[in-house]
Design a protein around this ligand. Structure first.
Ligand code: MN3
Length: 208
């Protein structure tokens, strides 16, 4: 009898071509970011989980604890990037701003969509080192919040449901924007898939 096959995480399909986000994000960046960076998080997550299950089967709690950082980093990298691809779309499909309940909630929280963009940009550009800027939903307080996370920490580590987020690791923009993170974050609004993000917000409202 063969050993049970454990579930392996896999690189999700990219919902568009590598050049779909041009000229905002070059095909070269997309290809490297998706095929190399995201794939590496997936591979390392699977490897860490395999080692974790092995340690668990030996009741080696110390080894299990030692693996938690690798699971957080690579697991976070995997789920953050899977979300990030879904937040973006080609310029001809991207809307300038959200509509409906999400727009209303943004206006209630930040006065206007422009004020939200300004605040989000400010906080996201100011992240020291590598990390992510997020718009999250606080289920307990029933409100939207801007938040930032270091490294690949997932937004769930702050108790928020991710609605929208931007990867500001240098690998996400350096080949095109060099060290000017602000230009990258500002340009990215042109390829935001608000329709998908509105759907995430609606789902978050229903989230148990
Ligand atoms: Mn990245």
């Amino acid at each position: 009898m063969s050993a049970p096959t454990s579930t392996k995480y896999q690189l999700p399909d990219l919902p568009y071509d590598f050049h779909a986000l041009e000229p905002v994000i070059s095909a070269e960046i997309m290809q490297l970011h998706y095929q190399k960076h995201h794939q590496t998080y997936v591979n390392n997550l699977n490897q860490a989980l395999e080692q974790y299950h092995d340690a668990e089967s030996k009741q080696d709690v110390a080894a299990m604890i030692a693996l938690q950082q690798a699971i957080k980093f690579n697991g976070g990298g995997h789920i953050n990037h899977a979300l990030f691809w879904s937040f973006l779309t080609s310029q001809n499909k991207a809307r300038k701003e959200p509509q409906g309940p999400l727009l209303k909630a943004i206006e209630e929280e930040f006065t206007s969509f422009d004020k939200y963009k300004e605040k989000f940009q400010q906080q996201t550009v100011a992240i020291q080192g590598s990390g992510w800027g997020w718009l999250g939903y606080n289920k307990a307080l029933k409100r939207l919040e801007i938040s930032t996370c270091a490294n690949q920490d997932p937004l769930s580590s702050k108790g928020l449901i991710p609605i929208f987020g931007v990867d500001v690791w240098e690998h996400a923009y350096y080949l095109q924007y060099k060290n000017v993170r602000g230009d990258y974050v500002k340009a990215l609004w042109q390829v935001v898939h608000w329709e998908a993000i509105e759907a995430r917000y609606q789902k978050a409202l229903l989230h148990p």
